[in-house]
Design a protein around this ligand. Structure first.
Ligand SMILES: NC(=O)N[C@@H](CC(=O)O)C(=O)O
Ligand SMILES: [Zn+2]
Ligand SMILES: [Zn+2]
Length: 443
């Protein structure tokens, strides 16, 4: 198959030949005889996004999301690999729970990784020998699933993971710095007042100190403050930023209400802008969504009772592409590529993915950046039928390919000359563990 005359993120126009599951060749005027040709003139081709932070809720909460619905949502957003977090039921903390989740992940149309969690009951020796993506998110404070742990346990876990060459990701908030005065309030902004920026700063500082003491590197999940990013980066650690912390702030809470409650919470507009600068200038390593679906009914509660978390896996790349269209944003298409594909592949050592180069997996997304559409929660493919980005401009993929198979085609992109609205199409495909197929890691 030949994808002809696509514009790559760096602006070069190239043909891309896909053979089997891989990219065979990237060049100009490649031979198209005997080839199925996909015309891409005037369109941009991106490497599929690797989203290292999603919550697909199985086992345990299939009414919020399943591997099928979550992975379809990912594919429709141009995400070709996802990494699931351990706060499911049962939590992913031992061999049995890892194996059980891997069976659910077989329903995924995109490639996947599974993280292992840390609780007082975890079984490190067994868990760390599975084909884990990373240990994490290690919860330094309670979030959905109440998996917050003590400082001593974090140090032990870090040591065990590092001994086994398993990366570690951290949910960095320190409950000692939460502001109890906020509890007297019941407006949506109270959550942001309660889980302070200081609580993130202190937890990042502490986690980095522990890591340095053990000669280890850690990855800080969903950093929401410029302070957190700077501390981690100066300590030689890596960070991810979510689309909601990048694009939304406390100003949006009057409209979002409890649907804008998540951990860490939305920050002040000034902090958001400084976070954006660090995403643009390369201090932040990657964007990850923390896709954390809850139903509308669950979210529609008081600010102290609503669950924390917002969906994001389907809208992240479309939102970033819309940002990159605007020269004033400072965000270029190349930077979007690095934040969504190249850097996650580098940081987490996924050598077969993250770039449009001969030999890599053919994980590809075709987009038309000449037009935007408005995000509508009802049109998304997650079980979560709402989004905090309702009405935002976005550039949705025309199609998404995982290891050489087109897994998703957008309805209205199917036949350009047929004006009748068509349904989006998903094709059967079995996603694979990006860490390898065997159930046990080789010693
Ligand atoms: N971010 C959230 O607010 N919620 C996440 C958990 C988490 O990532 O902390 C969830 O699983 O619901
Ligand atoms: Zn978290
Ligand atoms: Zn999370």
């Amino acid at each position: 198959m030949l994808i002809r005359n696509a514009t790559l993120p760096d602006g070069r126009q190239r043909d891309v030949r896909v053979r089997g599951e891989s990219i065979a060749e990237v060049g100009r005027d490649l031979d198209a005889s005997d080839q199925h040709v996909i015309e891409a003139t005037g369109k941009r081709l991106f490497p599929g996004m690797i989203d290292v932070h999603v919550h697909f809720r199985q086992p345990g909460y299939p009414h919020k999301e399943t591997w099928e619905s979550g992975s379809r949502s990912a594919a429709a957003g141009g995400v070709t690999a996802v990494v699931d977090q351990p706060n499911t039921d049962p939590p992913t903390i031992d061999g049995e729970s890892f194996d059980q989740k891997a069976e659910f992940a077989a329903d995924s149309v995109v490639d996947w990784g599974i993280n292992g969690g840390v609780t007082a009951d975890w079984i490190p020796n067994v868990l760390l020998r599975r084909r884990l993506f990373a240990l994490g998110e290690v919860f330094l404070a309670d979030s959905t699933g109440d998996m917050g742990i003590e400082a001593d346990l974090f140090a032990d876990a870090l040591e065990a993971a590092t001994d086994n060459d398993v990366p570690v990701t951290v949910h960095a908030e320190d409950a000692d710095y939460f502001n109890d005065d906020a509890k007297a309030r019941d407006d949506a902004d109270a959550w942001s007042a309660f889980r302070t920026a200081k609580a993130e700063e202190k937890a990042v500082e502490r986690a980095c100190e522990v890591a340095q003491k053990h000669d280890a590197t850690i990855h800080i999940a969903h950093t929401s403050t410029p302070e957190g990013v700077d501390i981690a980066s100066e300590a030689g650690m890596t960070t991810e930023v979510t689309p909601h912390h990048l694009l939304l702030s406390r100003r949006d809470l009057s409209e979002l209400g409890t649907f804008g409650r998540m951990n860490p919470p939305l920050r002040r507009e000034k902090r958001r802008q400084k976070l954006y600068e660090r995403v643009v200038d390369g201090t932040v390593d990657m964007i990850a969504t923390d896709h954390a679906p809850h139903t509308r009914e669950e979210k529609d509660a008081g600010i102290w009772d609503a669950p924390s978390g917002v969906p994001g896996v389907e809208t992240v790349l479309p939102l970033l592409l819309a940002e990159a269209r605007d020269p004033d944003s400072g965000l270029t298409y190349e930077r979007v590529r690095d934040l969504t594909a190249r850097n996650p592949a580098d940081v987490f050592d996924i050598p077969q993915k993250g770039a449009i180069e001969a030999g890599k997996d053919a994980d590809l997304v075709l987009v038309d950046t000449t037009e935007t559409s408005e995000i509508s929660g009802a049109a998304l493919h997650s079980k979560c039928d709402w989004t905090p980005f309702e009405g935002h401009d976005a550039v949705f993929p025309e199609w998404t390919m995982v290891r050489g198979t087109v897994v998703y085609e957008r309805g209205d992109a199917l036949e350009a000359d047929d004006s009748t609205a068509q349904e989006d199409v998903f094709y059967d495909h079995q996603g694979e563990n990006v860490r390898g197929a065997d159930s046990e890691r080789l010693e």
